[in-house]
Unconditional design. Structure first.
Length: 363
């Protein structure tokens, strides 16, 4: 979910190869444990052991700081093309491992170090390419660092969660701004976006209704000014991506309303956290993965209609989870199934592309 700078000859080819070999299994393991911990928190009878128990206790940190911190860190390291930048995802993964081992302070310090390194990486990118989207990526890194410092200081509160979510939300907003930079917009569009993101950061610091209202405003801005509202009329992968984006913006709007309700004392916490973390962020993952995975991991995929299955399951399962507290467990189980199904569809798409290439080589 990050902008990739123009390719240069050379680059950390060996580092990228070792990154795929060493980081990918750890990433997958952390995601599996984080999902298992989330299922346990939802009240499902998951096989309990020390690792799953720690994963349940540290669910948000594992998902946002360890998994997504490593994923976005890898993307930015590939963009910068400096081997030292790969220390960021490595530290994020080490932080997750430390949490699972029962060393919360060590994990918090590793996350803070990863976020600090991430700020340095984005500063270097801004020096190379000073543009609105790269500056926003730097702001997102600072938001992640703020949340990690709060964690290291023992401030495990909603302001910490809001800062972590701001990291991911601003990263996605920067990605969309970069991908649609050539699109003509009204003169007031960019100042309005800046105002909304300033409100988002201020709301994250206060973790109040302002944060929710800023999320709602950002959802409306994206729905109005993103190119997805035009490309949804296209075909194939382009239409699929547009549907992922527009669906994600709807969940972002709902998350904003729910977060504001939570701040005002209503029982909307689960809706606020999971409409944002699952509905918005995973819709963005599903939409961007077929494009970003080839750019980062050099694995090409063959798109087909199967990609719509996990997307539909994600929407349906999240709606089931949020419509009635009695269905929370069933919805959470289907949330996990949607993520697993997406991984299978991506693997199948990569295999189909490889099979097609081999067939071409033989002929």
């Amino acid at each position: 979910m990050a902008a990739v700078l123009p390719r240069r000859t050379g680059g950390p080819t060996r580092a990228l190869r070792w990154g795929r070999l060493l980081l990918a299994p750890v990433l997958a393991s952390l995601l599996l444990l984080a999902v298992a911990g989330g299922l346990l928190r939802a009240g499902l009878p998951v096989a309990q052991n020390a690792l799953v128990g720690q994963a349940a206790a540290q669910h948000a940190a594992l998902m946002i700081c360890a998994f997504f911190g490593a994923v976005v860190g890898i993307e930015r390291a590939v963009a910068l093309k400096r081997r030292a930048a790969f220390a960021v995802p490595l530290l994020a993964l080490l932080g997750g491992v430390a949490l699972l081992a029962g060393w919360p302070q060590a994990g918090a310090l590793a996350f803070a170090a990863a976020a600090l390194g991430f700020v340095a990486v984005n500063l270097a990118i801004v020096q190379k390419q000073a543009a609105p989207h790269t500056i926003l990526l730097l702001v997102s890194a600072l938001a992640w660092l703020t949340g990690c410092v709060r964690l290291a200081l023992g401030l495990h509160d909603d302001a910490m969660l809001a800062a972590w979510f701001a990291f991911l939300v601003i990263t996605i907003a920067a990605e969309r701004l970069e991908m649609t930079r050539l699109m003509r917009r009204r003169a007031a569009a960019q100042p309005l976006l800046v105002a909304l993101l300033c409100a988002l950061l201020a709301g994250a610091a206060l973790s109040g209704a302002l944060f929710g209202l800023a999320l709602l405003g950002l959802a409306l801005w994206l729905a109005a000014f993103d190119i997805a509202r035009r490309t949804v009329r296209a075909q194939g992968l382009t239409r699929y991506m547009a549907l992922c984006l527009l669906g994600g913006y709807a969940w972002l709007a709902l998350a904003g309303v729910a977060w504001a309700g939570m701040a005002l004392g209503f029982d909307t916490r689960d809706a606020a956290l999971h409409a944002l973390g699952l509905g918005f962020i995973f819709c963005m993952v599903m939409g961007h993965a077929p494009v970003i995975l080839p750019a980062v991991a050099r694995i090409k995929v063959q798109f087909d209609a199967a990609f719509y299955l996990p997307l539909a399951l994600l929407h349906a399962s999240l709606a089931l989870r949020l419509v009635d507290p009695a269905w929370r467990g069933a919805g959470a189980a289907l949330n996990a199934a949607a993520i697993a199904l997406f991984a299978l569809v991506m693997g199948r798409a990569a295999w189909r592309w490889r099979a097609m290439e081999l067939k071409r080589e033989r002929t």
